[in-house]
Design a protein around this ligand. Sequence first.
Ligand code: T6T
Length: 326
Amino acid sequence: MKLTPRFTLLAAGILAATSLTACSGGTASAGGAAGAAPKLVFIQGVAGDEFYVSMGCGIDAAAKSAGATVNTQGPAKFDPTLQKPIVDSVTAAKPDAILIAPTDVAAMQAPLKAAAAAGIKVVLVDTTVQDPAFAASAISSDNKGGGLEAFKAIKGLNPNGGKVLVISTDPGISTADARVAGFEEGAKADSAFTYLGVQYSHNDPAEAARLVSAALAKDPDIVGVFAANTFAAEGTATGIRQAGKQDQVKIVGFDAGPAQVKQLKDGVVQALIAQEPASIGTQGVEQALKAIKGESTEKDIQTGFKQITAANLTAEGAQYVYKSTC
Ligand code: T6T
């Protein structure tokens, strides 16, 4: 897996030094020592991704008002071989709770189960693992529903049907896999559409652009592409633009990072399925604090999504755009 360009700059700084949001005041006494501020650690799927930045804004705000501290860490790539050592070292430090977006359903299962076995409350935010029974709570968008919504959007843009393709990240990422499943379900059930399948860009926009160019060389009459996350969508749009096919191929992307929104404004992308990362983060903190206090938690929480188009971007769609800073 390659670094995305934006992360190359961010990685060194963000990874070595973890960002610490020390929150003032507060009277919560849910932490280990009586009266101590609960210690939370947020482990992102990847550092620098505006989805996790926005989630972090929700986490920091909720923790601050509860008098908890948050230490945020993230791997340089969306890659379990980089995320696992972070989990292992955080587990050794024994915070009260870990909020984490696991980067792979299989590879992150054992390290997170070990964290829970060590007495740390684990809350899954965004992605999940194969068997999340050890987690106090798992909070994510309706990813399958969002994938189906993306198909409906492509259908609306291509009422006569045609060939459609999906560009995803990597197999084994629960969120992206569910989005692909939702899109696939819609596309396969509609005889006007020919589903060309899914290709994996490894969270690298350059690879997504390359895959799209190759797909267009093979099937020049593709009418729509669903890109299953921020980086797949950015690269897909670049590939279509470079091929000069923006009038023919309609793109619907998951997520709403600033670069994606620019592509929407420029007319290269027609719709974005935006998640509610700050709400995932806020609810993650609420569940973590309940778990620390020994209160009952909600095992599964589903958050919504919003379709953003050029038509609603300056109205109700605006609030869904992800943040680069809080
Ligand atoms: O789409 C989000 C997140 O939901 C997914 O699990 C990984 O990719 C993103 O972070 C966007 O880049």
